[in-house]
Design a protein around this ligand. Structure first.
Ligand SMILES: C[S@@+](CC[C@H](N)C(=O)[O-])C[C@H]1O[C@@H](n2cnc3c(N)ncnc32)[C@H](O)[C@@H]1O
Length: 286
């Protein structure tokens, strides 16, 4: 058994998210899915712009009064917010966990399965470059065609999770062209260090796992049961002691949580799940 009560970690949306959760379900119940998705997408763009603007205050305060680390963290968060679906807390958590592996000199690559437009992947790559002493390989796996359909394992009472955004097949899309542009042109990361692997995890992860080798940090952000289970099962044994695993969707997507709980139970993993403050978790391999 895991040492964390299944119900103790819950989705914790921002204030605006909490307000949206009051009226979006009404819209969802009266509008056809395609129209609801259009309305949702329009609101989401403005929501993200507002959050980006609001973060500017934190960014300035941190640049003026923060420690060296918080200056780097807020600078990277500010730059990468436009490319992130998880927002500030997901980015800051990706920074903190990268700091954890760098300060403990854990050997191995940085791997993300579920990249979308590349925000958290870029955060780990840039944080590692700034905090680490050695260059790591970065492997970023995605269909680059958006989400697949959920499977039966993802559903509980007819729902796939505790979220309000619609997640039909093809959503959360970041194309390989978009992410290549971000990584190689905008951020000037090296193609020798950053590999984008396009395709379904079911095909790409088992095929590439030997090429990836040791994994210091595994970030799972594929939303669904299979999309969490496959990389976890394939990469876990390649993570050395002290390596870290982030599961972005633990409290938001039922299937992701199920895959993690089952895996931890089967392997008798008792390393505590630590929260990112919005529903994601991470744990250290001990
Ligand atoms: C929520 S998004 C990732 C968000 C991203 N980490 C960020 O920082 O904004 C989920 C991503 O997982 C990918 N994905 C989910 N299941 C997959 C699978 N089985 N194979 C390949 N890609 C998958 C989708 O294409 C999508 O880009």
């Amino acid at each position: 058994m895991t040492n964390v009560n299944d119900s103790s970690i819950q989705y914790n949306p921002s204030f605006v998210g909490k307000v949206a959760r009051l009226f979006l379900p009404f819209l969802e119940s009266v509008l056809p899915l395609s129209l609801y998705k259009l309305v949702y997408d329009a609101l989401y763009v403005n929501y993200n712009r507002t959050l980006h603007g609001a973060y500017y205050v934190k960014y300035i305060i941190s640049q003026l009064f923060g420690s060296q680390n918080s200056k780097i963290k807020s600078d990277l968060t500010w730059r990468l917010l436009p490319y992130s679906m998880g927002g500030r807390k997901a980015l800051e958590n990706a920074f903190d966990v990268t700091h954890e592996i760098e300060s403990n000199c854990i050997p191995g690559a940085i791997v993300e399965c579920g990249v979308a437009e590349g925000g958290t992947a870029a955060m780990m790559a840039l944080a590692s470059a700034q905090l680490g002493t050695e260059t790591r390989q970065k492997w970023f796996f995605d269909s680059y065609e958006g989400l697949p359909e959920p499977t039966a394992e993802d559903y509980k009472n007819g729902k796939t999770g505790d979220f309000i955004r619609p997640l039909p097949e093809g959503s959360c899309l970041g194309t390989i062209e978009q992410v290549s542009k971000l990584m190689y042109e905008t951020l000037h990361l090296s193609k020798k260090e950053v590999t984008l692997v396009k395709g379904w995890f079911q095909d790409t992860v088992p095929y590439e796992k030997n090429n990836v080798g040791k994994v210091a940090l595994l970030r799972l952000d594929g939303d669904w049961y299979e999309s969490t289970k496959i990389p976890l099962e394939n990469f876990y044994d390649q993570i050395p002691t002290g390596g870290c695993i982030i599961i972005d969707d633990y409290a938001t997507c039922y299937g992701s949580r199920k895959a993690v709980d089952e895996f931890r139970e089967t392997r008798a993993i008792t390393s505590p799940l630590q929260e990112d403050g919005r529903g994601g978790v991470w744990f250290k391999k001990i």
